[in-house]
Write a protein that binds this ligand. Structure first.
Ligand code: AMP
Ligand code: ZN
Length: 112
């Protein structure tokens, strides 16, 4: 997607400190952290919303969540962490999703 900030990070057109990547997704720090440790896990495929996933996306999301769990110590999250996905709705945006490229917030590093 041309004007998508996360697609640009994935393509290397915008610099970010990517701490992990594989065929499914990348992980980089959130630019405006809401917790002592705050990463974003972002699928390489552009799609805005969970309800738009096809079967391959669903399988990839399962792999991504599992992979995050194996990276706990690498990411400094041995004391536990929160994963969160904001979703815009058809009639409103109660969750406040800003970036319309699906992403998983990973937050920890202190009491939340
Ligand atoms: P959401 O409200 O779930 O759409 O959250 C979007 C998140 O992306 C926010 O927490 C922003 O701080 C973060 N963000 C926006 N631009 C960048 C960027 N260039 N690099 C890292 N994080 C970003
Ligand atoms: Zn995108």
């Amino acid at each position: 997607m041309e004007d998508c900030i996360f697609c640009k990070i994935i393509k290397g057109e915008i610099t970010s400190n990517i701490v992990y990547q594989d065929e499914d997704f990348v992980i980089f720090p959130d630019i405006n952290p809401q917790a002592p440790i705050h990463y974003l896990a972002v699928p390489k495929k552009h799609f805005p919303l969970l309800k738009e996933m096809d079967e391959a996306d669903k399988a990839a999301l399962g792999r991504i969540l599992y992979k995050i769990s194996t990276l706990e110590s690498d990411l400094g999250l041995e004391n536990g962490y929160r994963v969160l996905i904001n979703q815009k709705g058809e009639q409103g945006n109660d969750a406040g999703q800003v970036v319309m490229h699906l992403h998983i917030h990973i937050m920890g590093g202190g009491k939340l």
